[in-house]
Write a protein that binds this ligand. Structure first.
Ligand code: TRP
Length: 452
């Protein structure tokens, strides 16, 4: 028998150094471009307030349950997503792990492109390249993303940063970076939200964001909210399985997941406050699409004292938030090759990152010289984003729910190791959500959407 088959002996595995270190790493994975870049523009395109309501409902029901499920799988198996599914469910569940690895690879490839934009914007703000003389923010952005000589090197720099941290391993790299950087990001997001909300003309944006218009609710809103919930919480592909696999017993998983989902939601809501009121104050359209943050925020910075300084700081922190997320996209693949094929962290990290970057190049070009090639009217970058968040992550989440709900079953509650009786009542509700409502709801949303 091949040594990679079958239920191998326990692996020697690095573990998080502290409880808070794990929570910060998982929250660092969740909080990223999904909150600041993706959430405001998707909310803007889907009715604002009504999107927010649906989104919150999905995060704290399905989202939280699936996050707990992923942590549980990871800690129980102490393995990467493929190895974990195989160890706990037998060979036929390994494809669930592979599905996740593929999704992670695809997301990583376009994620570094967008992260490269934030790096470049930090640089441009610092050097005055986005000042009044630069012209209309919307045109500046359009010209910038169309220029591969700027976007491709920026994506490459970002991928190198990701590799550097993943090479450092779990404790020294991932955990240490997150502990410092996360709190800093929150402070600046609050400052930005306060400024945006007090801009003259912000009121219309506030009511768009906070007063839900339920007549705008459609199946499309639901699917977009579901995809956003998965993307933002980093669930559905096994990133949280991988982070859970570096846990030892003793951590309270539901409580940790509550913190992660809470911090992630807070960051998204704050980003909404920082961006949507400012869209209206500047007389822009909330349906501007993926460029929204990059078009609106320079206007906000221009209207504040020391705007260039705060703007630079903001985009640097956003790049860092993206970095603490991109490492969690690369790590599951790295863990897979280490655990299952006995390869060295160093070699694998570089090779996988290089392969993902090869796909970043056409993604970046798809907004510039290759913008003539579209599939279903979408550029490659938009297509990768739509397929991963809209289909692969929900499908992964659905299978994870079934896996924990039906295959692992009550043993999963045992793995949670909860002492108090109230806690085990909550755990029963959790298992029930995974068995029925979660798979049914996700399948229903996906099928209705596909049929429409
Ligand atoms: N959650 C991150 C964000 O909001 C992106 C991300 C990191 C992710 N790891 C993931 C998305 C795993 C899905 C699965 O920016």
């Amino acid at each position: 028998m091949d040594k990679n088959d079958g239920p191998a002996a326990p692996l020697r595995r690095e573990h998080w150094a502290s409880r808070i270190g794990f929570i910060m790493a998982a929250a660092g994975s969740a909080v990223g471009l999904g909150n600041v870049w993706r959430f405001p523009y998707v909310a803007g395109e889907n009715g604002g307030g009504v999107f927010l309501v649906v989104y919150l409902a999905l995060v704290f029901t399905l989202g939280l349950s699936i996050m707990v499920a992923e942590f549980t799988i990871g800690r129980a198996a102490q393995r990467n997503p493929v190895g974990a599914c195989r160890t706990l469910g037998g060979r036929r569940w390994a494809p669930l792990g592979y599905l996740g690895l593929v999704a992670g690879f695809l997301i990583l490839s376009f994620y570094v492109v967008v992260a490269g934009w934030t790096l470049t914007y930090a640089f441009k703000l610092a050097t005055g390249g986005l000042g009044a003389s630069a012209g209309e923010p919307a045109e500046t952005f359009a010209a910038f993303v169309a220029d591969p000589l700027q976007t491709i090197p920026a994506a490459a720099v970002f991928m190198v940063l990701t590799v550097a941290i993943v090479l450092g391993g779990v404790k020294g790299g991932i955990e240490r970076a997150n502990l410092v950087l996360m709190p800093l990001l929150f402070v600046i997001l609050v400052g930005l939200a306060v400024r945006a909300v007090t801009l003259p003309g912000a009121g219309a944006g506030l009511s768009f964001y906070l007063a839900p218009d339920f007549s705008a609710l459609s199946i499309d809103t639901l699917t977009r909210a579901l995809g956003q919930a998965f993307f933002s919480l980093s669930i559905g592909l096994g990133a949280m399985i991988t982070y859970g696999s570096y846990l030892d017993r003793g951590q309270n998983i539901p409580r940790a997941a509550g913190w992660v989902a809470g911090l992630d939601t807070l960051a998204a809501i704050l980003a909404g406050f920082a961006i949507l009121p400012a869209v209206f104050a500047a007389g822009l359209n909330p349906e501007a699409g993926p460029g929204l943050a990059f078009v609106v925020l320079p206007t906000v910075f221009a209207s504040m004292p020391l705007g260039e300084f705060f703007g630079t700081l903001f985009f640097i922190l956003l790049a860092i938030a993206a970095l603490t997320s991109s490492i969690s996209l690369l790590e599951p693949l790295v863990a897979y090759f280490i655990d299952e094929h006995g390869l060295h962290r160093g070699k694998v990290t570089v090779l996988v990152a290089f392969a993902a970057f090869a796909l970043s190049v056409p993604s970046a070009l798809s907004l510039g010289p290759w913008s003539g090639f579209t599939v279903f009217g979408k550029s490659l970058l938009d297509l990768l984003d739509a397929v991963t968040a809209g289909i692969l992550l929900p499908a992964g989440g659905l299978l994870i729910a079934i896996f924990v709900g039906w295959v692992i079953g009550p043993k999963a509650i045992f793995e949670l190791g909860l002492a108090k009786p109230e806690a085990s009542a909550a755990a029963k509700v959790w298992l029930w959500i995974l068995r029925l409502p979660a798979p049914v709801a996700i399948a229903w949303i996906l099928i209705t959407w596909a049929a429409a």
